[in-house]
Design a protein. Sequence first.
Length: 326
Amino acid sequence: MKNEILRALRETDGYVSGQELCNKIGVSRTAVWKNIRSLQEDGYEIEAVTNRGYRLAGVPDTIAEEEVASRLTTERMGRQIRYFSRIDSTNQYAKRIAEEGAADGTLVIADEQTAGKGRSGRTWVTPPGEAIAFTLLLRPKLSPGRISMVTLVMGLAVVNAVNKLYDLHAGIKWPNDVVINGRKLCGILTEMSAEVEHVHYIVIGVGINANLTSFPEELSQIATSLKLELGRDVSRAGLIAAVMEEFERLYAEFERQGDLGSVMQEYNDLCLNAGNKVRVLDPNGEYTGVSHGINAMGELLVETEDGNIREVYAGEVSVRGIYGYV
Ligand code: BTN
């Protein structure tokens, strides 16, 4: 009920009377009052004025369930939220609850990760109160070979959400790094449980450097944060909700089409590799070429010097800009 009260308060500029809240949510005045008290204990500044009602005067910088849920209008993504102030890894937890039958669309959020996982066995730093770390659990009806496309969809959702909310020009470094001004803002790690032809579930883990102001030495030249780019703090809960909204829209397109055909143009418009020279770090031999963006399967098209177009599959290789990271 706290979510509904917050949503109602957020939707109104001024005061909402206790009676209006009762009617909207369908509960007694005592229940409304008790939940308002509980929200105040959670750090929400809610003014209560006789004969006028309640007004939301300030929200704590939290990404706890109420803060995200009260902003969501999605039908599928994030309808169930599990929040932790501290956890080993949201991906690890999401896999555990997936095994126990957690629903498609469940969103796991943590304020701090003590063992955050990055790609290729790397670690991912998630300091408390500053970063965004969440994992979305899905049960797609897709063959395992198509799952890498879902990661691209999430990358596009993050870029769209960032560009909609802030005056920034985020782009995508194929397959799914979100980049601003040549530096990495967000990383995505998708893991799956599958048999040869059947996917049981996937967990899509997203780490966004929201309000971080410093990075470990080895990342300081290649990472950035929204706070560093904007010079101010951002609402982490607002961004998580915006990513969910975007992802729901894009994923519905993807499911309808069965591939990335309908979102390919949108992706390529934001793909920083498109039109640029890239170095493909293929375990079978490194090569360079000019990238032409992705095809409907999410493969990066790279034109080599002999004029051939090679289709680069995300799982096998990594791609670098010829002069650096992008
Ligand atoms: C990368 O290396 O670029 C991917 C980083 C993915 C980090 C996120 S944070 C939330 C989720 N939980 C994890 O342990 N990892 C992912």
